[in-house]
Design a binder for this molecule. Structure first.
Ligand code: GLC
Length: 743
C-alpha cells in the first residue's frame, strides 16, 4: 500500500493535480475542476502530430498473461500508445501506466480495454442465453458485476455489448448477441450499457461500454463470418440500427466498427453511417474504434489501394482509434504533409479520445489498487447472481407427460455425454478470464441436488466429434435400469463465437446415434442442450420426451440445470431466436412479411416448401414451464388515437397450476396496411412475471409512436389505419385485439 500511495502522489504531481508551489497558473488540462471538453481542447493544443496519432493507436498485449509487449513502455513514454487491449491485472497495468503518466512529456494515461462480454472471472450465461431471460434488469446486474471484476484488474473499457441482430444460426457470433429481434435487442443493449457504465463510468467499478459491430455484421451472407452484407435501407433502419440507437441513448461511451462491408462499403470506412447516422443524426459524442486490424483490411476489401489510403479512408470516415494495425501512426504524417489527410480530422479524433479519457477519470485515477482483485472476483454474491442468471436463461422446449421435474430421490440416474462433465464448455466463447476450474458441471450439479441414496452413473457417450463403438456401448450399459437417462448434447464452446460458422445445424458427431441407442433402452430420456446457436432438433422433438435448452450457462450453469431438472427451480426462459426445422429454411424469423401468397399448410400456391413444413420447429418467444398460464381479458383503450397518441393495453395472466412459475407476456403489433409492408408481427412489449399458484395479475403496456412507428422511405412515422395487437406466451400465440390510428 505504501508504494501505491507514493506512486499515486507521484502521478498527481506529475500530472499536476497538485498546483505547483510556485503558484503558476495550472494548465486547464491539469485542472480536475475544468470540463472534460475544455481539458481535452487544452491538451490537444499542446500535442505534436506524433502525440495526436499516438492517442489513436491501440495495441494488443498478451491475451494469455495480461502482460504488455516489450516495446510498449517506450511507446508510452513517447506518448504513442493511447490504449491497449488484453493488458490487465495491477502489476502489468500499473507498470505500463507509470511510463505513460510519470515518464512521458504530457502524462496522458493509457486506456486499458478487454473483451468483458458476459463476465470477467465470474462468467454469466453467454449473451444469447442471457437474452432468453427476457429480463433486462438482470442483464444489467450481470454487466455491473462484470464491470466490478474487470475494474479490479485495471481495466476501464470493455468491448461490449455486442448488439448485432442475427437471423442466421450458421453464423457463430449469434451466440454473442441478443438474437433476431430489434425490440428485445434494444432493451438488452441499453441494459448492458447501463450495467457496465452505471450513472458515471468514471466511478470505481465501472467501465466504458462499446456498442459493436457498427454495422450490419450479423447479416453476413450465408452465415459465413466476415462475409459481405447486403441490407436494404428499411432493414437497416428497422432491424439492425435500433439496438445501436438504444446504446447511444443509454450513453454508450464508444462504438466499434464491423469487419464486414455493407452494401459495398466496408463498415470501417463507412462515413455515411459513422459521420452521418451515428454522429450526425443520433448525436453520438463518444469515440469510434476499429475492429482488430479492420483498418488494414480495407485493402483486402478492395476499397483502399495501400496502407496510406486505408488510413486516410478510415480516419476521414470518423474511425477515431485504430485497433492493432498501425497505419494511422505509420502513414498519418506523410498523408498530412501531402494534404491527403486533413489535420482537422486528426484533431477531431484525438479530441474525442482525450475527452473520453478525461470523462473516464483516468487522468486523476490512472492506477489500480493491487489489493482490489482478491476481494472483488468470484464473491459469493457474484456466484449467486451467476446461478440466478443461468436459471433464468433456461428454456424448456418439451416436457411430454410432465416427465420433468425429476424425483431427487430417484434410485438410479444415468448421466451421459462429455458435455455433462465439461467445465470449459459451460463458459462458452468470449469467456474473458473465466477459469474452467471455477465452473460447476452438470454431473456435479446433479450429484449435488439428488438424495444421498440416489445412484448417479456417468458415461462419456460422445462429445462433439467422433465416438468409438466402445464409448457408445458403454453409455448404453450405464443407462441400463436407470429411472431416467439425462443426456447432454450440443456444441463445444469453440463451435460458436468468432470465426465459428457452420454449414450444418445438426447435432455434431454421433450424438444423434447416441440418443437413438439410449431411446431404445426404453428408459425415460431427458436431453439437455449446451449450444451457442439454434440447432436442428426435429428428431429430438419427435423422439425425446423432455428437452431443456441450457445454452452455455456460465460458472454456475451445471448447478442451475440440475436444480431445474430436479424441480428446485422452474424454467421460464423464452427463445430470443427462432429454431428452424432445417438449415434449409434459414434465414427464418418471426418478424417476416406476409408476402402476396402467405404460407399456407394447404394451399399449394403459397410461400412454402414442398419437402418440409414451412413453420419453425420452435418459434421466437417460445418456452414452456412446469407451471401453466392463461391469458385473458385483452383490452386496448382508447379505441382510436391520433398518430402522436398513446394506446393502453392490458391483459390478465393467471397461473392455473399448483406450482409457482414465470411467464413472459409478449406484446406484438401488426400494421396490416400502409405505404410499405410491415412484418406479420413486431415485438413491442414484454414482461416476465412470477406468479404463485392460482395467482392472476393484470399487466399493462403503452403503445406510443416509438412502438407504433416504422422507418419508411420517407422517414419515421405512424401511419393511420388499423393496428392489430397480440399478447401471449410466444410470437406464435396470443389473444388479438385491434384499434385505429386516425389520420
Ligand atoms: C475481435 C472481435 C471484436 C473484439 C476485438 C478485440 O476480432 O471482432 O468483437 O472486441 O477483436 O478482441
Amino acid at each position: 500500500m505504501k508504494n501505491l500511495k507514493i506512486s499515486v502522489l507521484a502521478a498527481a504531481l506529475a500530472f499536476g493535480a497538485l498546483a505547483p508551489a510556485t503558484g503558476a497558473e495550472l494548465p486547464v488540462y491539469k485542472d480536475p475542476a475544468a470540463a472534460p471538453a475544455a481539458r481535452a481542447a487544452d491538451l490537444l493544443g499542446r500535442m505534436t502530430t506524433e502525440e495526436k496519432l499516438g492517442q489513436l493507436q491501440q495495441l494488443d498485449g498478451l491475451w494469455d498473461t495480461g502482460a504488455y509487449r516489450e516495446e510498449f513502455p517506450k511507446l508510452a513514454r513517447e506518448g504513442r500508445l493511447g490504449s491497449t487491449l488484453n493488458v490487465r491485472t495491477a502489476p502489468h497495468a500499473n507498470a505500463l501506466q507509470k511510463e505513460a503518466v510519470e515518464n512521458s512529456r504530457l502524462g496522458v494515461p493509457v486506456l486499458f480495454a478487454f473483451d468483458v462480454i458476459h463476465g470477467y472471472r465470474t462468467i454469466f450465461p453467454v449473451p444469447l442465453a442471457e437474452s432468453a431471460q427476457w429480463d433486462p434488469a438482470l442483464a444489467e446486474r450481470a454487466a455491473a458485476a462484470a464491470a466490478e471484476e474487470a475494474y479490479a484488474v485495471g481495466l476501464k473499457w470493455t468491448f461490449a455489448p455486442m448488439v448485432d441482430i442475427a437471423r442466421d444460426p450458421r453464423w457463430g457470433r449469434i451466440v454473442e448477441g441478443s438474437g433476431e429481434d430489434a425490440y428485445l435487442g434494444s432493451k438488452l443493449a441499453a441494459a448492458r450499457v447501463r450495467g457496465f457504465q452505471g450513472a458515471d463510468f468514471a466511478a470505481p467499478g465501472r467501465l466504458m461500454a462499446c456498442a459493436k459491430h457498427w454495422a450490419g455484421y450479423g447479416a453476413a451472407e450465408a452465415g459465413r463470418d466476415y462475409n459481405s452484407t447486403d441490407i436494404s435501407p428499411s432493414a437497416l433502419r428497422n432491424v439492425y440500427f435500433p439496438p445501436f440507437k438504444a446504446a447511444v441513448d443509454a450513453g454508450a461511451a464508444t462504438f466499434m466498427t464491423a469487419f464486414n462491408d455493407l452494401n459495398g462499403v466496408p463498415s470501417t470506412a463507412h462515413k455515411a453511417n459513422i459521420a452521418g447516422v451515428l454522429r450526425g443524426e443520433w448525436g453520438f459524442k463518444g469515440f469510434v474504434v476499429s475492429d482488430y486490424t479492420s483498418v488494414k483490411e480495407l485493402i483486402a476489401h478492395g476499397l483502399a489501394a495501400d496502407d496510406e489510403d486505408a488510413a486516410v479512408k478510415a480516419l476521414s470516415a470518423g474511425v477515431d482509434m485504430e485497433m492493432v494495425s498501425t497505419l494511422y501512426r505509420d502513414k498519418g504524417p506523410a498523408a498530412l504533409a501531402a494534404g491527403r489527410l486533413r489535420a482537422a480530422d486528426l484533431d477531431a479524433s484525438a479530441l474525442r479520445v482525450l475527452e473520453m479519457k478525461f470523462r473516464a477519470g483516468i487522468f486523476e485515477h490512472p492506477y489500480i489498487d493491487p489489493a482490489l482483485e482478491a476481494k472483488t472476483l468470484l464473491t459469493p454474491e457474484k456466484l449467486r447472481l451467476a446461478l440466478d442468471a443461468a436459471l433464468k436463461s433456461l428454456v424448456l422446449l418439451k416436457n411430454e407427460g410432465a416427465l420433468l421435474p425429476l424425483d431427487p430421490g430417484s434410485r438410479k440416474v444415468a448421466v451421459i455425454g462429455k458435455l455433462a462433465d465439461s467445465r470449459e464448455d459451460m463458459l462458452g466463447s468470449w469467456a474473458a478470464d473465466g477459469k474452467p476450474a471455477d465452473a460447476v458441471t452438470l454431473l456435479e450439479g446433479i450429484k449435488a441436488v439428488v438424495s444421498p441414496g440416489t445412484r448417479v452413473v456417468y458415461s462419456s457417450g460422445c462429445y462433439t466429434g467422433d465416438a468409438s463403438e466402445k464409448e457408445l456401448k458403454a453409455a448404453v450399459s450405464a443407462a441400463a435400469g436407470a429411472d431416467v437417462i439425462i443426456v447432454a448434447v450440443g456444441e463445444s464452446a469453440l463451435m460458436s463465437g468468432e470465426a465459428a460458422s457452420r454449414v450444418s445445424l445438426a447435432l455434431p458427431g454421433r450424438q444423434r446415434e447416441l440418443l437413438e441407442r439410449l431411446k431404445k433402452t426404453g428408459r425415460p430420456v431427458v436431453a439437455v442442450l449446451f449450444n451457442g446457436r439454434p440447432l436442428e432438433l426435429g428428431w429430438l422433438d419427435a423422439n425425446i420426451p423432455a428437452i431443456l435448452e441450457a445454452w452455455q450457462p456460465g460458472t454456475r450453469g451445471g448447478l442451475a440445470v440440475a436444480q431445474a431438472l430436479f424441480g428446485l427451480a422452474n424454467p421460464g426462459g423464452k427463445l430470443p431466436v427462432t429454431f428452424p426445422r432445417s438449415v434449409g429454411q434459414v434465414p427464418i424469423y418471426y418478424a417476416h412479411r406476409a408476402t402476396g401468397r402467405p404460407t399456407s399448410l394447404t394451399e399449394k400456391y403459397s410461400s412454402r416448401y414442398i419437402d418440409s413444413s414451412s413453420t419453425p420447429l420452435y418459434p421466437f418467444g417460445y418456452g414452456l414451464s412446469y407451471s401453466s398460464f392463461t391469458f385473458s381479458n385483452l383490452l386496448v383503450s382508447p379505441a382510436s388515437i391520433k398518430p402522436d397518441g398513446k394506446a393502453l393495453v392490458s391483459v390478465d395472466v393467471k397461473n392455473v397450476s399448483a406450482r409457482a412459475g414465470d411467464e413472459v407476456a409478449q406484446l406484438y403489433i401488426r400494421d396490416p396496411a400502409g405505404s410499405e409492408t410491415r412484418p406479420l408481427r413486431e415485438l413491442k412489449g414484454f414482461e416476465r412475471v412470477t406468479l404463485a399458484p392460482g395467482e392472476s395479475r393484470t399487466l399493462r403496456f403503452e403503445l406510443t409512436p416509438a412502438e407504433l412507428g416504422w422507418h419508411y422511405a420517407g422517414g419515421f412515422a405512424v401511419e393511420p389505419g388499423t393496428f392489430k395487437v397480440y399478447v401471449g406466451s410466444s410470437s406464435a400465440a396470443g389473444l388479438e385485439v385491434s384499434f385505429e390510428v386516425l389520420p
